[in-house]
Design a protein around this ligand. Structure first.
Ligand code: ADE
Length: 247
C-alpha cells in the first residue's frame, strides 16, 4: 500500500440505495448528476463532513425491474468509476450482510472487514483457484475496532442471496463472519487502483440460523439500517481525525 496523504481529504462510500438514503440525508449530501457517464446506473451524492469531502455512491436502480442494482456487477462498475472520478483516499463499503449463528452473531451486529473473499467463484484450473477466491486486503483498523467496539472478520461475497451446500463449504473455508453480495467486487476495483478499503457490514439475517433468510432480511432491514446510520458517523469521525496508518 502506498503512503497516503494526511489529513484525509476525500472519502468515498458505496452502498445500495435503500441503505444509503438515511446517511445521505443526515450528511446533507446533494446528488452530482455529472460525476459518472450518463449510461452508468451509479449515483453520487457529494458534500463535506468534518472538513473532508464525502461522496456516497450507490449502484442505482435497474431501469427494467425498478429495484436496487444489488450484486457484484454494478458494485464493481460503481467502484471503478468512483475511484477514477473521485480519487478517494479511502473507500468504505457499507451495507447489510448475513451473519453466522455458529460465530455467536446477532441481528444488528456491526462488523469491520479483515479481508474480503468470494465464495461462489470456483475455478478448478491450476492457478485460478486463488484468483477466484480473491482474498482482497482490507485496510487495517485496529484502533478503530478497539475504540468503537465493532466485531471484525472476513467478508465473503457471492452473487446469490441464498446459499448452496458448496457455498456453505467455501464460506467455512473462507473463515467468513459475514456474507454479502458486493464487497469482493468493490475490493477488487480498489485493489486495481491501489486505493485502501474497508467494509462495514450490519447483520440483517443469520445464514445458518434455520430461518428464512429473505424474510429475516426484510423484517430486520429497517433496524439494521438504523444501526448502520448510528455507526457511520462514529466511523467517519474516527477515520477523518486520523492518518490512514493510524486507524
Ligand atoms: N445482505 C443481507 N443479508 C445477506 C445474505 N444473507 N446474503 C447476502 N447478502 C446479504
Amino acid at each position: 500500500m502506498t503512503a497516503r496523504r494526511t489529513p484525509l481529504t476525500r472519502s468515498s462510500l458505496l452502498r445500495n440505495t435503500a441503505e444509503a438514503c438515511p446517511l445521505i440525508e443526515r450528511l446533507g449530501l446533494v446528488e452530482d448528476p455529472d460525476k459518472f457517464p450518463a449510461a452508468a446506473p451509479s449515483k453520487c451524492f457529494s458534500g463535506s463532513y468534518q472538513g473532508a469531502a464525502i461522496n456516497v455512491v450507490t449502484n442505482g436502480k435497474c431501469s427494467r425491474f425498478g429495484v436496487d442494482q444489488i450484486g457484484t456487477v454494478a458494485a464493481g462498475l460503481s467502484t471503478w468509476l468512483s475511484v477514477e472520478a473521485i480519487k478517494p483516499d479511502i473507500v468504505i463499503n457499507a451495507g447489510t450482510a448475513g451473519g453466522f449463528k455458529k460465530h455467536d452473531t446477532a441481528i444488528g451486529d456491526v462488523f469491520i472487514s479483515t479481508s474480503v473473499k468470494n465464495h461462489d467463484r470456483r475455478i478448478p484450473i491450476p492457478g485460478f483457484k486463488e484468483f477466484g477466491i480473491g482474498n482482497h486486503e482490507s485496510h487495517p483498523a485496529p484502533e478503530m475496532l478497539k475504540e468503537l467496539g465493532f466485531k471484525q472478520g472476513v467478508v465473503t461475497t457471492g452473487s446469490s442471496f441464498d446459499h448452496t451446500e458448496t457455498d456453505d463449504k467455501m464460506m467455512e473455508e473462507n473463515d467468513a463472519r459475514v456474507k454479502d453480495m458486493e464487497a469482493a467486487a468493490v475490493a477488487w476495483a480498489c485493489e486495481q487502483h491501489g486505493t485502501p478499503l474497508f467494509c462495514i457490514k450490519v447483520v440483517t439475517d443469520l445464514v445458518d440460523g434455520g430461518g428464512v433468510g429473505e424474510e429475516e432480511f426484510l423484517q430486520n432491514l429497517k433496524a439494521a439500517s438504523d444501526s448502520l446510520q448510528e455507526a457511520m458517523p462514529r466511523v467517519l469521525d474516527f477515520v477523518l481525525a486520523r492518518r490512514l496508518d493510524d486507524l
